[in-house]
Design a protein around this ligand. Structure first.
Ligand code: ZN
Length: 273
């Protein structure tokens, strides 16, 4: 569920607190969440190690360790990181706890148990990592470059936007927001989009994601484990009035996920696509 804006703000927060912190003790409560891609044992590789810089690539958080390895967190649908006092009550389904110096913890919980925490020296060993396209907010992703990337893809525009090999970082929620901002029906075939519509889409990706980062930065604070979605315009707002025209926001389950959109602002039809 965390997407580019959420992970970007979590990255900024952790970059402010983690570098230089020593891992004193490791509690691995559910080993299944871990994919250890180094020869050494996971826990012993971490104990007495120190954190370096924190980065992000697409929907992966990258936590550098002084030893040269990286802890890579891919939260998938429901994984959450928490940075808190050791005395704080544990969230349900807390699977991994790193006890750090100064009585604080870095914890990973995951109610769906679908996310993964990798320990590796080589990022390309992580499934899906090397295949990622450019960052959705990469300044080098000009309109021309974006058009070029889209041209090679077939199918519906929402599916293309959420394909990490096309652009890295956009998931189900922000794809709905971007398509609403661009005024595009989510199930339009990519091949049916005009040059003007592709341009609107390119602009909407930038504005929606960068505005969300600003909002999340203001509201998330130390609570990096909370999910803030209430400020979104259509995603998760099925049945409520569209903020632009007042039409009731549609919610349909297609391709195994929920899609929200406004039938008036994003005209289109599923028939004859
Ligand atoms: Zn509307």
């Amino acid at each position: 569920m965390p997407e580019l804006p959420d992970l970007e703000v979590i990255k900024e927060y952790l970059q402010g607190v983690l570098p230089g912190q020593q891992i004193e003790e490791v509690e691995l409560l559910r080993p299944l969440v871990v994919r250890n891609l180094i020869a050494e044992d996971f826990v012993s590789a971490l104990v007495e190690n120190q954190f370096g810089d924190v980065g992000r690539r697409g929907k992966f958080l990258l936590l550098d360790l002084k030893s040269g390895e990286k802890l890579i967190v891919n939260p998938m649908l429901a994984g959450r990181l928490q940075y808190c006092q050791q005395s704080e009550r544990r969230r349900a389904k807390t699977f991994l706890i790193l006890h750090l110096s100064g009585s604080v913890d870095l914890r990973y919980s995951d109610v769906k148990a679908m996310g993964k925490v990798y320990l590796t020296r080589e990022l390309d060993l992580i499934p899906g990592f090397a295949e990622q396209g450019p960052e959705a907010l990469d300044p080098q992703l000009t309109l021309e470059h974006f058009q070029e990337r889209l041209r090679r893809r077939r199918g519906e525009i929402k599916g293309i936007l959420t394909n990490q090999a096309v652009l890295a970082g956009i998931g189900n929620a922000y794809a709905d927001e971007i398509l609403f901002r661009a005024g595009l029906y989510p199930f339009r075939k990519r091949s049916s989009l005009s040059a003007e519509e592709v341009k609107r889409l390119h602009q909407a990706i930038r504005s929606v994601l960068s505005e969300a980062i600003i909002t999340l930065r203001e509201r998330m604070g130390d609570d990096i484990d909370i999910k803030l979605r209430d400020f979104l315009e259509v995603h998760g707002k099925g049945g409520r009035p569209c903020p632009l025209c007042g039409t009731s926001i549609s919610e349909i389950r297609a391709r195994n996920r929920l899609t929200n959109f406004c039938r008036t602002c994003q005209p289109g039809t599923m028939i004859g696509r």
